[in-house]
Write a protein that binds this ligand. Structure first.
Ligand code: SAH
Length: 398
C-alpha cells in the first residue's frame, strides 16, 4: 500500500456480515471508496458511521470487492500477520494424524484466514494457488513464508483456475522455488501409493479433501461389485480394490486421468484383473450400463463442481438429479450409493432434497446411513459456511 489510506465505506446496515466475522465485502454493500485503491491493495473497511470494521484486500473486478485479512485494527496486513496465520494453519494440521498420508492441505484459504490462498503439500513439494487479488499483490511475501515454514524442497504454482479469472487475474503456473524433481512425485495415503501430476493434473494434482471418504468406501467395498463414476486418478477405485471389492468399473471422461489411474493401480499390490476402466461421459455411460443390464452393489458418484455459487444451483440440481437417478436404476437392492457434491452453491439440505427426488423418481426407497464432509485438513469456520463445500451421503437401497 502506498500513499493515503484507502477506505471502503459501507452502506448503512451493510456491516452486519462483517460483524459476524464473514470475510467478504460484496460490491453492492459499498457506499463509496476513497483513496483510489488498486487491485490487491489493502483497504480499511468502515461502517456508514465511520467505525473500523476490517482490513481487506481490494479486488476491483470481482463481485467480492474486498476480502478481509483481519478484523483487528492492530493486525495490519503484512509479512508478520501472514506468517502468524500460516503458523496457526500448520499448528492446526499437527493435530491430524501424520501417518495417514505424506500429503496434506496446509492452507485452506478463507478457512485459515488467508483468503484466496491454497497450499497443498505432496511429500517434499508444495503446490500453491494464489486465487485473489490480495494474494497476488503479496505473492513474493506469501510464497517466501510458505516455503520457509513448510520446509518443502520445491514450490510449484498452479494459479490457473476460474476463480482467478473472476478476480481479473491471468493464469500463472510453474516452478517458483527449488529445482524440478527428476523422479515422479508419489504420495502414500492410508497404505496406497498414488503418483501426482502437479503441472498437468487437475487443481493442484490430487483431491485431498476426499481422503477419509475414500478410506471409508474401501471398508464398505468388501465383496461388492463397485462402480466409481468420475474416478480421476483412481482414488476411490484403488481404495475399493484394496478393500476387497469383487470388481471395480471406473469411469472418467479424461484419458489422461485414466492413464494415471491405471499407472497408480500398477504401483500397488492390488490385482488389476478386478479393475475395468472406461473413458466416457458419465451421464451417457450410466444410461448405457442400464441398457446393457449391468448392476452394481456399491456406486460412487464424485462429480466435478456443478455450481460455484447459488446462482448456478438450478442447473447444478438438474445435473445431480440426472446422475443420481440413473445410478439408482443400476444399483442392486441392498446396494450402497456414496454420492458427493463439491458445489459451494448447493447446500447439504438442497443436495439431500435432490437425491430424495431422484430416489422417488427411480422408485427406490433409500436409508441415509452416513454423511460425509471434507477431511480435517480442509477446516470449516462456523462464520464462513462457504468453506464447507464438500458434502456426501451414503444411502442404502432397500
Ligand atoms: N473421485 C476423484 C476425484 C474426482 S474429480 C478422486 O477421489 O480423486 C472429477 C472428475 O470428473 C475429473 O477427473 C474429471 O475428468 C471428471 N469428469 C468431469 N466431467 C465428466 C463427465 N461428464 N463424465 C465423466 N467424467 C467427468
Amino acid at each position: 500500500m502506498s500513499g493515503a489510506r484507502a477506505v471502503l465505506r459501507l452502506k448503512a446496515g451493510r456491516e452486519r456480515s462483517l460483524r459476524r466475522l464473514h470475510p467478504w465485502v460484496f460490491s453492492g454493500a459499498i457506499e463509496s471508496s476513497e483513496g483510489s485503491p488498486g487491485a490487491g491493495d489493502t483497504v480499511e473497511v468502515r461502517s456508514a458511521e465511520g467505525e473500523f470494521l476490517a482490513w481487506a484486500a481490494y479486488s476491483p473486478s470481482s463481485q467480492i470487492r474486498a476480502r478481509v485479512w483481519s478484523f483487528d485494527e492492530a493486525d495490519v496486513p503484512g509479512a508478520e500477520l501472514f506468517a502468524r496465520r500460516v503458523d496457526a494453519a500448520l499448528a492446526r494440521r499437527r493435530e491430524i494424524a501424520q501417518d495417514a498420508s505424506n500429503a496434506m492441505r496446509l492452507v485452506h484459504a478463507e478457512s485459515d484466514e488467508l483468503p484466496g490462498l491454497i497450499a497443498d503439500r505432496y511429500d517434499d513439494t508444495l503446490v500453491v494457488q494464489l486465487l485473489s487479488a490480495g494474494c497476488e499483490k503479496w505473492r513474493d511475501t506469501l510464497l517466501g513464508i510458505l516455503r520457509e515454514r513448510s520446509g518443502c524442497a520445491r514450490v510449484y504454482e498452479r494459479s490457473d483456475t476460474e476463480a482467478r479469472e473472476l478476480e481479473g487475474l491471468r493464469a500463472s503456473s510453474g516452478l517458483v522455488f527449488g529445482s524440478a524433481s527428476s523422479a515422479p512425485l508419489r504420495i502414500a495415503e492410508r497404505g496406497l501409493v498414488y503418483e501426482v501430476d502437479v503441472p498437468g493434473g487437475q487443481k493442484t494434482g490430487f483431491y485431498l479433501d476426499q481422503r477419509d471418504n475414500r478410506a471409508r468406501v474401501g471398508e464398505l467395498a468388501v465383496d461388492r461389485e463397485v462402480l466409481d463414476c468420475f474416478c480421476y486418478t483412481g482414488g476411490f477405485s484403488l481404495s475399493a480394490l484394496a478393500g476387497g471389492a469383487r470388481s471395480v468399473l471406473s469411469i472418467d471422461s479424461s484419458a489422461q486421468a485414466l492413464a494415471r489411474a491405471r499407472g497408480n493401480l500398477a504401483l500397488n499390490s492390488v490385482s488389476a484383473a478386478r479393475a475395468e476402466w472406461l473413458e466416457a461421459d458419465v451421464f451417457q455411460a450410466l444410461r448405457r450400463l442400464k441398457r446393457e443390464g449391468r448392476q452394481f452393489d456399491l456406486i460412487v458418484l464424485d462429480p466435478p463442481k456443478f455450481a460455484a455459487t447459488s446462482k448456478d444451483a438450478p442447473r447444478a440440481a438438474r445435473g445431480y438429479k440426472d446422475i443420481n437417478l440413473n445410478a439408482l436404476k443400476i444399483l442392486r437392492p441392498g446396494g450402497l450409493l456414496a454420492t458427493f457434491s463439491c458445489s459451494g452453491g448447493v447446500s447439504l439440505e438442497l443436495f439431500q432434497k435432490i437425491v430424495a427426488g431422484a430416489a422417488a423418481d427411480a422408485g427406490t426407497p433409500l436409508v441415509l446411513r452416513e454423511r460425509y464432509r471434507s477431511a480435517p485438513d480442509h477446516p470449516v469456520r462456523i462464520e464462513f459456511p462457504e468453506g464447507e463445500y464438500l458434502k456426501g451421503l451414503l444411502l442404502e437401497r432397500n
